[in-house]
Design a protein around this ligand. Structure first.
Ligand code: ADP
Ligand code: MG
Length: 281
């Protein structure tokens, strides 16, 4: 099943559109072969396209199929949540979509680029340039201030380096700090910030590079209800106000509800799709 914004009607429409592009672009012969599984045409309009992804871990003699044939597509500007119980393969899927691990089979196309066509250093570059990661445990560097953490993420993204490099946009950082309500906290180190503040700094760090997509794995997993609500509200805001495409993974159905679209995962598969509350697009 390919999960798309408009569900099965959307799949129909997209398949038809792809066939039509195939028909006009490549003539009748190519037409028959013009399927989602083999041809990247049309994939550029998705920020993430995953096709038949599988991941099998070899744990000693036992093989664990953590992700079993997941296909999904995320359109620009969408806020998609993937929800499922512990052990259902969410984090593995997150690693696959973020290019942090290789799929056993299937493929991931990010912003029109197929991970499989890249070598390790190109893959790292794509990841740093195009993906903003948010993790459950914030992963801020403890010896740097909040500001330092954001700056170093920008530097590491490579956007500042080389002849066409662009220095970090301080006005944009100002805007993000307002949006995320961390303005007065930027000089503080992570240990001087609450969990909620740390996660908001981590979101600023993810957004500063203007990524094609923010991938968040259990972003509220370490937070109490109040901070959790605030962080979800910030993710929704960045989706609404900056048009930030966002994919959030969570075990918590209440957190998932802020998304525009919710994909349910169980035993390594996406088993169901529903509209969210629409707070996020
Ligand atoms: P979730 O994030 O939904 O809790 P995970 O993706 O972490 O799920 O795990 C899915 C399944 O894969 C689980 O059965 C887990 O034990 C297994 N798994 C995860 N990582 C590894 C690994 N590195 N080696 C072996 N098995 C793993
Ligand atoms: Mg997990």
């Amino acid at each position: 099943m390919v999960a798309t914004r408009r569900g099965s009607a959307g799949q129909e429409a997209r398949a038809t559109a792809d066939r039509e592009i195939g028909a006009t672009g490549f003539g009748g012969r190519a037409r028959a072969a013009f399927t989602m599984a083999t041809v990247p045409a049309g994939s550029a309009k998705y920020i993430i396209l995953a096709e038949n992804l599988t991941k099998v871990y070899a744990a000693g003699k036992i093989e664990v199929a953590a992700v079993r044939g997941v296909s999904l597509a995320v359109e620009p500007g969408e806020f998609v949540a993937i929800v499922g119980p512990s052990g259902s393969g969410k984090s593995t899927l997150f690693y696959l979509l973020g290019g942090l691990t290789r799929a056993s089979s299937g493929r991931v196309v990010i912003d029109g680029v197929d991970f499989a066509t890249l070598n390790d250093s190109e893959r790292t570059k794509l990841r740093k340039h195009r993906i903003g990661f948010v993790f459950q445990k914030f992963n801020l560097l403890p010896t740097l201030s909040a500001m330092g953490n954001i700056e170093i993420a920008y530097t590491v993204s490579g956007r500042a380096s080389g002849p066409s490099g662009v220095p970090m946009d301080l006005k944009y950082l100002d805007h993000l700090s307002d949006l995320l309500a961390i303005k007065g906290r930027l000089k503080h180190r992570p240990s001087e910030l609450s969990g909620g503040e740390q996660q908001r700094v981590a979101i600023a760090r993810a957004l500063i590079t203007r990524p094609a997509i923010v991938l968040a794995d259990e972003p509220t997993g370490n937070l109490d209800t109040k901070n959790s609500d605030a962080v979800l509200a910030m993710l929704v805001k960045s989706n609404r106000e900056l048009g930030q495409t966002t994919l959030m993974i969570t075990h918590n159905p209440e957190a998932a509800a802020v998304a525009g679209r919710i994909l349910y995962m169980r035993d390594g598969e996406i088993v169901r799709e529903e509209a969210g509350s629409g707070a996020g697009k």
